[in-house]
Design a protein around this ligand. Structure first.
Ligand code: 5GP
Ligand code: SF4
Ligand code: MG
Length: 459
């Protein structure tokens, strides 16, 4: 998912527009539903619906959200809770005169337990998303008459898992990030105020100046007094390495470093680790482009576009059913025989998850006349599920969890197959060792007992 929030009296009247642009830049983070809420500090108006940002909003709808100096935006793709209207965000939760609006990216690992506790505390839920639980916990703490910072700090103690959150409470915009900082969240400055965005590409699009990332475990409160912040929990840094590999937009920056640059490096290291004699390097667009450039650069094998992507097809992976994914794939890519025919081709993709894309791709390349197809993957095999907000939650579907590299090579029909090593991926991010989550690649889950906790939840 993508979250967005703005606070500026100077821009009051334009916030819905700007938030719309921000969400447009974050569209790759979720395509199921989109929503915007605008508040004047007392009343909050919101609009949310299924579909892309451009499908949900038009001039008229944005105009109806005009007044107010605090805004919240969200684009969703589901990990917990189904892809339905009720689960679209921003999520509202209130009791008596305490109301919050919440936009969340991530996935709680204790959502079910928490919901049961909250129901016992008298909360009612109208949606199945774990975001509702976050909102309710916050309301519960606020009802005790605490200041908003203190309330959020105490709420965070009950939340386990991944959450990068933007929230409106009365006349404040609050942003906070779980102690591991699994999902990104950045802060920017605009005329008369601030903006928070899942990725810095959401700051760039409205001309906001990047200030810094929200720190893991940090709570940021923005109001008429400006920005104040404090650390609610000690940081246990575990930014998702898959954000670097695939999920984030290449022009976004984490800790000041461009994602594109990391991907280029992944390709370079991949070429050093797994060289091959070949005539041409082609990317699987768009996700493999940066790594293919790096691979070509390090190997000296010429780079060419050998697969043409239909620009109007969204990320196939994000469509929630397997049937839809299959159709999506066929719609999406078409090979260029002039580049491929009679060539020894290195094809680079960022990841193999279920294995559908690569199988289909290799046969497309053979049909187009490739002499050899050397598949190179700019991330390690995905061997375990993600519980922290990326939609790969069961082991059964993960080809890397169930087969060896040689078996996968045979299944997809490639001449050779090689993946980037875990160490190579880590080096490419230039983040200190131990500050990344790599659990789906190496089985080292930052929250101990994650799997058994979730198993308990299902009972
Ligand atoms: P698969 O192996 O499951 O067929 O798909 C791998 C392809 O899906 C890669 O090209 C990768 O870029 C893309 N992909 C798209 N969305 C996601 C996502 O949310 N997670 C993962 N893991 N891969 C995705
Ligand atoms: Fe990212 Fe994988 Fe960790 Fe999930 S398990 S947060 S996808 S690195
Ligand atoms: Mg891809």
């Amino acid at each position: 998912c993508g979250v967005y929030g703005m606070y500026s009296r100077e821009l009051a009247g334009e916030l819905a527009q700007r938030t719309y642009f921000g969400l447009y830049a974050l569209q790759h983070r979720g395509q199921e539903s989109a929503g915007i809420a605008v508040s004047d500090g007392e009343r909050t108006l919101a609009m949310r619906d299924m579909g892309l940002v451009s499908q949900v909003f038009d001039e008229t709808r944005l105009a109806s959200l005009e007044s107010g100096h605090i805004s919240l935006g969200h684009v969703r793709y589901s990990t917990t809770g189904s892809a339905s209207w009720e689960n679209a965000q921003p999520e509202f939760h209130g009791r008596g005169d305490v109301n919050v609006a919440v936009a969340h990216n991530g996935n709680l690992v204790n959502a079910d337990v928490l919901r049961r506790e909250l129901e016992e505390e008298g909360f009612e839920f109208h949606s199945t998303s774990d975001t509702a639980a976050i909102a309710a916990v916050a309301v519960g703490e606020l009802e005790r008459g605490k200041g908003v910072g203190e309330a959020v700090r105490d709420a965070m103690r009950r939340l386990e898992g991944a959450y990068s959150v933007a929230m409106i409470f009365r006349d404040k915009l609050v942003a906070f990030r779980d102690p591991h900082g699994f999902r990104p969240l950045s802060i920017g400055r605009v005329e008369g105020g601030y903006v928070v965005s899942s990725e810095t590409c959401g700051l760039d699009i409205i001309g906001a100046e990047y200030v810094r990332d929200v720190e893991p475990g940090e709570v940021v409160v923005i109001d008429d007094d400006g920005l104040t912040s404090f650390r609610a929990e000690p940081a246990r840094r575990a930014l998702c390495s898959f954000e670097y590999v695939y999920f984030a937009r290449p022009d976004s920056r984490f800790e000041g470093r461009e994602v594109a640059d990391s991907r280029f490096k992944m390709g370079e290291i991949l070429a050093e680790e797994s060289p091959v004699e070949a005539d041409v390097v082609i990317p699987v667009p768009d996700s493999g482009i940066m790594a293919a450039t790096g691979y070509s650069n390090a190997s000296g094998i010429p780079y060419a576009e050998g697969l043409i992507k239909n620009r109007y097809v969204g990320r196939t992976f994000i469509q929630p059913t397997d049937g839809m994914r299959q159709i999506g794939l066929r719609l999406k890519l078409n090979p260029l025989p002039s580049v491929i025919k009679d060539k020894r081709v290195v094809v680079i993709d960022d990841s193999i998850v279920r294995g559908n894309t690569s199988r289909k791709l290799v046969s497309l390349l053979h049909e187009a006349g490739a002499k050899e197809v050397h598949f190179r993957v700019s991330s390690p095999p995905v061997t375990g599920p993600c519980y922290y907000g990326i939609d790969m939650d069961t082991k059964e579907g993960l080809v890397g969890a169930n087969y060896t590299v040689e078996e996968i090579r045979a299944q997809i029909g490639a001449t050779t197959l090689a993946y980037l090593s875990v160490d190579g991926m880590t080096r490419a991010t230039e983040q200190p060792r131990g500050s990344l989550c790599r659990a789906c690649f190496d089985g080292d889950y930052p929250i101990t007992g994650t799997a058994s906790k979730l198993a308990l939840e299902k009972v």
